[in-house]
Design a protein around this ligand. Structure first.
Ligand SMILES: *Cc1c(COP(=O)(O)O)cnc(C)c1O
Length: 386
């Protein structure tokens, strides 16, 4: 392993805590498993790759990987090879694809640990060949840009890379296992145009002599909405975590259950007079006498500062507004005339079907997407099993 891993320092998540209830994200593995089962049944006979990059969208990569494999996922996907090697170090030996690489990447460790490489350029292909050998060929999925304008081999390079890959296969140092691309989800017509471009890439690969057994294009949105994009495998990210990729369709309608619930407790409750200013800059003043509750999470924990005066949380059975500016470590809730006490349970977001605000509500309050709400949760928020 790398020197960086050997010198890793303990983080807040690793050391014992005297106050386990301060900030918690409860992660329900059974929801992760059932979400996978649900999508696996929907897309069958296509296979499911569980995307567990970015620490499993904040849920814990190892937790998410194990739960998804239990639910029928046969592949795991991550962005980079460090994420892949961290899963291997936990003993996870399922097929594993990593598709985002740095400048002049060294794939030796990845190949040694059977990590399949997503290849987006001729240079990456050459680095994969260099890391492979006849005894242990580098396994790759060639990633073509079919119109997202982001990662992936550009169309003008398809032939060159395919022919180079074929020569490397002939030498025994490399195996092209897959061909894939990523959709813009801009509109069905754009996704279908990308599907047509993908078919052209597949035909070109075949004429270069490649036989990629696994073709994949769809992530969660297209897996649900465009069956023709499911091909051999779908890459399931946000849906695994029980969240919807669509603006106007919620988890429940898709048959998914949000797997994360973020909880805390009121650590202070105070009665204040009308006119009192709350938090930095006094962006909120109490309209009448009221009760304020203090929640010990702030932007250092991934609470968007944008929910200041727009978001709300569940406190002991009812939903109350976040008032004043979210600070680094804390924010204030206006409880009105409710009876409240220090220690009262607070749920920031969870499963709306259980009466809690959802990650979707938070996304709306913060003018962002549910993906960002769960992924940005900070390290001080302890991930605990349900
Ligand atoms: C993150 C990612 C996914 C997962 O997308 P979701 O919308 O979360 O399902 C799939 N494929 C690639 C290439 C990705 O980067």
């Amino acid at each position: 392993m790398s020197g960086a891993a050997a010198h890793a320092v303990a983080t807040a998540a690793d050391v014992p805590s005297a106050s386990p209830a301060l900030r918690r994200a409860i992660v329900d593995s059974s929801a992760l498993t059932s979400n996978t089962e649900h999508v696996a049944a929907l897309v069958h006979p296509a296979a499911v790759m569980a995307v567990v990059k970015a620490d499993g969208y904040g849920h814990g990569a190892v937790t998410a990987a194990r739960a998804a494999l239990a639910g029928g996922a046969t592949w795991l996907g991550v962005a980079d090879t460090d994420e892949a090697l961290a899963l291997r170090a936990e003993g996870i030996d399922a097929p594993l694809l990593a598709w985002l690489h740095g400048v002049d990447p060294d794939f030796t460790e990845a190949v040694a640990h059977d990590v399949t490489l997503g290849i987006s350029s001729l240079q990456q292909l050459q680095r994969a060949v260099a890391a492979g050998s006849r005894a242990r060929p580098a396994r790759v999925h060639l990633k073509v840009d079919t119109g997202l304008g982001r990662n992936g081999i550009e169309r003008s390079e398809w032939s060159t890379v395919f022919e180079s890959a074929r020569r490397a296969e002939a030498s025994g140092d490399l195996v092209v296992e897959g061909l894939f691309s990523h959709l813009s989800n801009a509109a069905d017509e754009h996704d279908l145009a990308q599907l047509a471009a993908f078919d052209e890439a597949a035909a070109l690969a075949a004429s270069a002599g490649l036989r990629p057994a696994i073709r994949h294009l769809a992530s969660t949105a297209a897996a649900f909405r465009l069956p023709e994009t499911r091909l051999d495998l779908v890459r399931l990210g946000i849906g695994l975590y029980g969240l919807s990729p669509f603006d106007s369709v919620g988890s429940t309608e898709l048959g998914l259950k949000p797997a994360m619930r973020v909880e805390s407790r009121l650590i202070s409750v105070k009665r204040v007079a009308a006119g009192v200013g709350v938090s930095y800059g006094y962006t909120y003043r109490a309209a009448s006498d009221t009760t304020l509750g203090l929640v010990p999470l702030g932007y250092a924990d991934g609470i968007p500062r944008h929910v200041s005066n727009t978001g709300s949380v569940w406190v002991n059975g009812a939903v109350h507004p976040i008032v004043g500016r979210v600070a680094m470590d804390q924010f204030v809730v206006d409880l009105g005339e409710r009876a409240a006490a220090v220690g009262d349970r607070v749920v920031l977001f969870g499963d709306p079907a259980e009466g809690f605000p959802g990650a979707d509500d938070w996304a709306e309050s913060a003018s962002t997407i549910n993906y960002e709400i769960v992924t940005r949760l900070g390290r001080r928020v302890k991930r605990v099993p349900a």
